[in-house]
Design a protein around this ligand. Structure first.
Ligand code: NDP
Length: 444
C-alpha cells in the first residue's frame, strides 16, 4: 500500500464519523500523490503526513447563555489549531447548527494550504459553534458571543491565534466577541480580524473574499483566452462572499442573474439589483424571496436548483457540498465553462472530477476564496503597526495577492505535468511551503 493510502485509511479509522474531514484530506492527498511518491521514503520516516493530518490542538467547550425567555441554552464551541508552521493560527469562526468537530477540522485543514498560498505568514485554524444566529435577537447573539469568548480567550492572541468571521459571523458578532476579549484580558490588540472600522478593522476586508474571487477568476479566464465582461454568472448564497462577488463581477461587466439562501433561489434575467439584496440581507437579515416583492419580473423558487439556470460562469458561495455531480453535468450541458469556488469545498469530489475531466476551468476554494484571509492578514499588519491603509491600498494589495496565487497554482500544475489542473496546482503549491517550514523546524 502506498504511503498516501496508508494515511487515508488512518485518517478514517482515527476520526470516525468526521466525513467532511475525510473528504478534504482525500482530495488534498490524492492530488499530492506525485509529490509524495517522489519523496516517499523521507516523508514516511519523518511521519510528515501523520503530522500534517493531526491538528496541533483541538479545543471543545461548553457555551451556556440565557435566551430572551430566561431559559438557559447550551451550545458546543470549538477551536481547531491545525498547523502553525508558517505563522500564528488564522481562520474563521462559523456559527451554524450543522457545525461539528469534523466540519471544523475539514475547514482548518483546508485553511493550512489556503493560508500558505497567500504568501503571508499565517498558519491554519478554524472554530465555531452549533449556535444558530438566525431568528435570535441582538441581545441573545451578544449573550452567546460573550459566553463563547469567555472560554475561547484562553487559547487565542494577536501572536498565537487570530480568528475571523465565516458563516453566521459578520461585523455584529465580531464586535461582541472583540468587546468581551478586551474586557477579560485588558488588551487592545489585533486578536480578531473583520473588526469594525472604528476599532481596528481594515477597509476592504468586508469585500475581500468576494472581490478576491472575481480577481482570480478574471486572471484564470484571461490566462485561457477569455474574459468576464459580458458573461452570465450564477452565484449561490447571498451572504458576505456572494454579495461582494456579485458587486465586483458587475463592476467588471458581467451579468449576475441568480442568488440563493438556504430556503431557495432568485432568478432575475435583467441582472440582480444588488442594492435590494444588501437591504434584505445586510440590513433586515431577511430571506432572499423578498427580492421578488421589489422586482416583480424576477422569479423565486423554493428549494435547491440554482445550478439549472443557464450561465457561462458558476460561483458556488454558500456552503460545503452544495454542488453535486448532477449539478455539474447540468452546468456543462447548459454551456457553463468556468467554475470558481467562493465557499469552502462547495463542490463534491464527483463534481470536481467532472469539471476537470470535461475541460472546464475550475478554481478550487482554497485558492479562489483566499482573498478573505489574505486581507485579514493585512488587517493584522495594520494593527501591529497602528496604521490604517486606504481602501485603494488594501484593494491593490488584495489584487496582487490573488494574481500571485493564480501564478503559483498555474506554475505548480505545470511543473508536475498537470497544466490547467488548478486543484492539483493549489494543493501542491500550498503543501510545498508548509512542508519546507515543518521540516526546518524539526519534529514538533
Ligand atoms: P454568510 O453567513 O454571510 O452567508 C452564507 C450564505 O450561504 C447565506 O446565504 C446562507 O443562507 C447560505 N448557506 C449557509 N449554509 C447553507 C446551507 N447549509 N445550505 C444552503 N445555503 C446555506 O457566510 P459567508 O458568505 O461568509 O460564507 C460563505 C462560504 O464562504 C462558506 O463556505 C465560508 O466558509 C466561505 N468563506 C468565507 C469567507 C469570508 O471571508 N466570509 C472567507 C473564505 C471562505 P441562509 O442565510 O439561509 O443560511
Amino acid at each position: 500500500m502506498s504511503y498516501v493510502d496508508e494515511i487515508l485509511e488512518r485518517v478514517v479509522s482515527k476520526n470516525p464519523s468526521e466525513t467532511e474531514f475525510h473528504q478534504a484530506v482525500k482530495e488534498v492527498l490524492d492530488s499530492l500523490r506525485c509529490v509524495i511518491d517522489a519523496n516517499e521514503e523521507k516523508y514516511k520516516k519523518d511521519a510528515v503526513l501523520e503530522r500534517l493530518t493531526e491538528p496541533e490542538r483541538v479545543v471543545s467547550f461548553r457555551v451556556p447563555w440565557i435566551d430572551d425567555k430566561g431559559q438557559v441554552q447550551v451550545n458546543r464551541g470549538f477551536r481547531v489549531q491545525f498547523n502553525s508552521a508558517i505563522g500564528p493560527y488564522k481562520g474563521g469562526l462559523r456559527l451554524h447548527p450543522s457545525v461539528n468537530q469534523g466540519i471544523i477540522k475539514f475547514l482548518g485543514f483546508e485553511q493550512i494550504f489556503k493560508n500558505s498560498l497567500t504568501g503571508l505568514p499565517i498558519g491554519g485554524g478554524k472554530g465555531g459553534s452549533d449556535f444558530d444566529p438566525k431568528g435570535k435577537s441582538d441581545r441573545e447573539v451578544m449573550a452567546f458571543c460573550q459566553s463563547f469568548m469567555t472560554e475561547l480567550h484562553k487559547y487565542i492572541g494577536a501572536d498565537t491565534d487570530v480568528p475571523a468571521g465565516d458563516i453566521g459571523v459578520g461585523a455584529r458578532e465580531i464586535g461582541f466577541l472583540y468587546g468581551q476579549y478586551k474586557r477579560i484580558t485588558g488588551l487592545y490588540e489585533g486578536v480578531l480580524t473583520g473588526k469594525g472600522l472604528t476599532y481596528g478593522g481594515s477597509l476592504a476586508r468586508t469585500q475581500a473574499t468576494g472581490y478576491g474571487l472575481i480577481y482570480i477568476l478574471s486572471e484564470m479566464l484571461s490566462h485561457n483566452g477569455k474574459e468576464l465582461s459580458g458573461k452570465t454568472v450564477v452565484i449561490s448564497g447571498s451572504g458576505n462572499v456572494a454579495i461582494y462577488a456579485t458587486e465586483k463581477a458587475q463592476q467588471l461587466g458581467a451579468k449576475v442573474v441568480a442568488l440563493s439562501d438556504s430556503n431557495g433561489y432568485i432568478y432575475d434575467k435583467d441582472g440582480i439589483d444588488l442594492d435590494i439584496v444588501k437591504e434584505i440581507k445586510e440590513v433586515k437579515r431577511a430571506r432572499i424571496k423578498e427580492y421578488v416583492e421589489k422586482k416583480p419580473n424576477a422569479v423565486y423558487t423554493e428549494g435547491k436548483g440554482i445550478w439549472s439556470i443557464p450561465c457561462d460562469v458558476a460561483l458556488p458561495c454558500a456552503t460545503q457540498n452544495e454542488l453535486h455531480l448532477e449539478d455539474a453535468k447540468t452546468l456543462f450541458n447548459n454551456g457553463c465553462f468556468a467554475v470558481a469556488e467562493g465557499a469552502n469545498m462547495p463542490s463534491t469530489r464527483e463534481a470536481t472530477d467532472f469539471f476537470l475531466e470535461n475541460g472546464m476551468l475550475f478554481m478550487p476554494g482554497k485558492a479562489a476564496n483566499a482573498g478573505g484571509v489574505a486581507t485579514s492578514a493585512l488587517e493584522m499588519s495594520q494593527n501591529s503597526q497602528r496604521l490604517s491603509w486606504t481602501f485603494e491600498e488594501v484593494d491593490a494589495k488584495l489584487k496582487d495577492i490573488m494574481v500571485g496565487i493564480f501564478a503559483k497554482v498555474d506554475d505548480a500544475s505545470s511543473r508536475y505535468n498537470m497544466k490547467g489542473n488548478y486543484v492539483a496546482g493549489a494543493n501542491i503549491a500550498g503543501f510545498e511551503k508548509v512542508i519546507e517550514a515543518m521540516t526546518a523546524q524539526g519534529i514538533v
